[in-house]
Design a protein around this ligand. Structure first.
Ligand code: TMP
Length: 218
């Protein structure tokens, strides 16, 4: 049985996940916890190569939805076995920026792949390694689009194949996250990500703090 704690963050583009992942990691570390902060796709040398293929490679234009599903889960299968399971076995806290709910939302709802087949691929990739808590930051589509635009304006432009999808795709993804969160209220906690950063951070802490005693420190 795992001794650690596994927390994943989920949400659409521009929901504020990455900032909150950093803030939560800093807080946990300042309390003396050992934390592994990861991202998907990626998080291992193999996974980061797959991430490049999925997002930025010049040769990725023709990628099919099926190949996208399998690559996301190839990266995940590697991350689970190379990093997540050993970290949890050692009593660490794993904080992951996206995990398999993103596959259900993006490849299942967004790309409209068969949800049963998507689930079978996820099950094969993760086995029984599942988050204890998933923090789902939801923002209205207009906020998500505006934050994405501002990110693209402020960073040197790097092409991202997934962000090139049309608005309807992102609407299906957002709807998908809602369905996923409603189906598992015990594990997935929804937080309004359009609030100020400090408010979102405080809400997250209210959810994380009570489960820290499980691993013997708080
Ligand atoms: P991000 O690290 O900036 O969130 O980029 C990851 C992108 O990959 C984002 O567009 C969501 C997408 N994604 C999927 O489509 N399926 C998945 O399973 C995961 C983990 C991410």
């Amino acid at each position: 049985m795992s001794k650690g704690l596994f927390i994943s963050f989920e949400g659409t583009e521009g929901c504020g996940k990455s900032t909150q992942v950093r803030l939560l990691t800093d807080r946990l570390q300042s309390l003396g916890h050992r934390v592994k902060t990861l991202r998907e796709p990626g998080g291992t040398p193999i996974g980061e190569e797959i991430r490049h293929t999925l997002k930025h490679s010049k040769a990725n234009h023709a990628m099919t939805a099926e190949a996208e599903l399998l690559l996301m889960n190839a990266s995940r299968a590697q991350l689970v076995r190379e990093i997540i399971r050993p970290a949890l076995a050692a009593g660490e806290i794993v904080v992951c920026d996206r995990f398999y709910d993103s596959t259900t939302a993006y490849q299942g709802h967004g790309r409209e792949l068969d949800l049963e087949k998507v689930k079978a691929v996820i099950d094969f990739a993760v086995g029984d390694t599942r988050p204890d808590l998933t923090l789902f930051l939801h923002v209205p589509p207009a906020v998500s689009a505006a934050r994405l635009r501002s990110r693209q304006e402020n960073l040197p432009f790097v092409r991202d194949r997934i962000e090139e999808a049309d608005q309807k795709f992102f609407e299906r993804v957002a709807h998908g996250f809602g369905v996923i969160a409603a189906a598992e209220p015990q594990r997935i906690k929804s937080i309004n990500g359009a609030q100020p950063v400090e408010t979102v951070c405080a809400k997250i802490w209210e959810l994380v703090q009570p489960i820290l005693p499980r691993i013997g420190r708080w």
